[in-house]
Design a protein around this ligand. Structure first.
Ligand code: FAD
Ligand code: NAI
Length: 507
């Protein structure tokens, strides 16, 4: 009885502690302290982008040390791991967005933000050319922003490999607008297929959802789509229920190439149970407004042409370099052999450039283009910049003290001691180790409340898949959400879609 009573007290205390913590966080967000005004004598640090890399940097950067200017066409941070859930309404899109203004307002030193896109960088004149094509102005305005230090965190765009018809006919899945478009199109296909007197071929085409690319984006989206159909659409529109199909097309021999063999097999067998058709060794060559044309390698090694009529096509074949990055690469001779982005050294400095750093998907540092890598790179740069500012302050102090040695001959011993102590601090601070990525593991949702996880465990690897892994996936991503507000909204969305089903109305 005593054990029970103490356990109950512990639960009560944890609950009270949890609620108090959440309350405190909300209070702090709503009542930020006054900010320190920009100091023109400090260096100007320009940060491009408001994604994983840049926001991780801004979160940890001591913004009092620099005049920080953030430039991005997106005035919010997007928690991409839950973006596939927005395509079906499992999660509402605003739940995974965090306004950059809220993030920057919580900083002690004032940070300027411009909603604009960088079009080019001049590394010789140290300026970034930016443009803003706001709808309210009705015209595009361009200007230049000078920098002393520049961080490029502009991410990547969708790779299409120049395949004809992809840009015109596909939906991508990178931004909030993409997820909203997919959500609308799914219901458009369903409602059009349910319309009076449709031919069976047309119903089959409209209800055929094709996903190209068997990487994590394609797999997670296919899983979410099948859930949506099984849990909601089938119940609401039973007359079309046996015609809905999801096909996942992948050029390689298997999906999820970055996961372990065991999890690839588990994913493929789960998809089979979920009736998701996986077409591996199938390379898409052309896309028209109603069909995907591909070349498939049959088991006997022969190549054959296949056509997939579709209602919705989602293209998820990875990343390509953004124009602003390609333009800069063209201006730096040391970048001429780099293909996938800006080659950086172990301190994330762009090779062949001065005072320019690159992080995340636009940088080539030898790691996969993931949020985990971008986040750790951003954290590393924040530490580096905080240390650089401290180093400069200490060097100045040493200069001042050395200068006063001649002026105050009576205090030589005391001043020398202080110089020695400052030099010791300086050596400690200057000793920054190069960037080292620590891989925590990979997670992916595969539909029907199952997930796969390749997690680093002490010095080994731990692979698991299934419903328990799904709970781990949810709790891991919940804990990684940007803010308490995001966390509460995501929990609310999960509960809402479980209790009432997903909202199938088309805005
Ligand atoms: P981004 O986060 O893409 O941010 C780029 C920023 O730059 C944006 O704010 C953009 O608006 C801005 N920008 C673009 N062009 C310009 C310009 N010209 N000037 C100024 N600013 C510009 N990774 C994981 O590790 N785990 C996951 O579960 C996971 N899930 C994902 C799910 C999906 C659907 C997708 C698409 C990706 C997922 N990723 C995941 C990958 C992860 O999102 C990326 O690796 C990560 O976003 C890269 O961060 P970044 O800062 O380099 O770029
Ligand atoms: P990806 O690069 O991982 O996968 C793209 C796939 O498309 C490849 O397997 C490729 O073989 C295939 N492909 C390319 N051209 C093709 C064609 N013409 N026809 C058929 N298939 C073709 O891309 P993805 O999934 O967009 O991921 C991008 C990055 O984001 C990766 O680094 C990934 O790890 C990360 N990410 C991580 C997630 C997670 O950890 N849960 C979720 C989503 C993305």
């Amino acid at each position: 009885f005593r054990v029970w009573r103490w356990s109950w007290r512990l639960v009560q205390l944890s609950l009270i502690g949890g609620v108090a913590y959440v309350g405190y966080e909300i209070y702090q967000d709503r009542n930020p302290e006054p900010q320190v005004k920009p100091d023109p004598s400090k260096k100007t640090l320009v940060v491009l982008g408001t994604g994983w890399g840049s926001v991780s940097l801004l979160k940890r950067l001591d913004t009092e040390n620099y005049n920080v200017v953030v430039i991005s066409p997106r005035n919010y941070f997007l928690f991409t791991p839950l973006l596939p859930s927005c395509t079906t309404g499992t999660i509402e899109h605003r739940s995974i967005m965090e306004p950059i203004r809220t993030i920057l307002r919580s900083k002690r030193g004032h940070v300027k933000y411009y909603e604009a896109e960088a079009s080019s960088i001049d590394p010789d004149r140290k300026v970034v050319r930016v443009f803003d094509n706001s709808e309210v102005r009705g015209e595009t305005i361009e200007t230049e922003i000078p920098y002393d230090m520049l961080v490029i965190g502009v991410g990547a765009e969708n790779a299409t490999f120049g395949i004809p018809g992809v840009r015109e006919n596909s939906c991508f899945l990178k931004e909030i607008g993409d997820a909203q478009l997919i959500r609308k199109k799914i219901m458009d296909c369903v409602e059009t297929a349910a319309f009076k007197d449709q031919s069976p071929e047309e119903i089959d085409r409209l209800l055929h959802m094709v996903v190209v690319g068997g990487g994590p984006t394609g797999v997670e989206f296919a899983g979410e789509l099948q859930d949506f159909f099984e849990e909601d659409i089938k119940k609401l529109i039973p007359d079309i229920s046996d015609r809905f199909r999801v096909t996942l097309i992948e050029a390689l021999p298997n999906v999820l190439p970055s996961f372990s063999k065991q999890l690839i097999e588990y994913t493929e067998s789960t998809f089979k149970e979920e009736k998701i058709d996986i077409r591996t060794k199938t390379m898409v060559k052309k896309v028209t407004d109603k069909a995907v044309e591909a070349e498939a390698v049959s088991p006997d090694g022969k190549k054959e042409k296949v056509s997939f009529p579709y209602g919705l096509l989602v293209w998820a074949t990875g990343n390509a370099v953004r124009p602003v990055v390609r333009d800069l690469m063209g201006k730096i001779p040391a970048q001429k052999d780099s293909r996938r982005g800006l080659a950086v050294n172990e301190y994330l400095v762009v090779q062949g450039a001065r005072d320019i750093w690159a992080i995340g998907d636009c940088a080539v540092a030898g790691y996969a283009p993931t949020a985990q890598v971008a986040g750790q790179e951003g954290n590393f740069l924040a530490r580096l910049f905080n240390n650089m500012a401290k180093t400069e302050a200490l060097e100045e102090r040493i200069r001042d003290l050395s200068g006063s040695l001649n002026l105050k001959p009576g205090n030589v011993a005391e001043i020398s001691r202080e110089i020695e102590e400052t030099e010791r601090q300086l050596r400690r601070i200057k000793d920054i180790k190069p960037f080292h990525y620590s891989h925590q593991g990979s997670l992916a949702y595969i539909g029907s409340e199952k997930a796969v996880a390749d997690v680093s465990w002490f010095n080994g690897n731990f692979a698991s898949g299934g419903s328990l892994t799904f709970l781990f996936w949810r709790s891991a991503y919940l804990s990684m959400c940007f803010s308490t507000r995001n966390r509460l909204l995501v929990i609310n969305d999960w509960l809402k879609s479980k209790l009432f089903g997903r909202d199938v109305s088309r805005e």
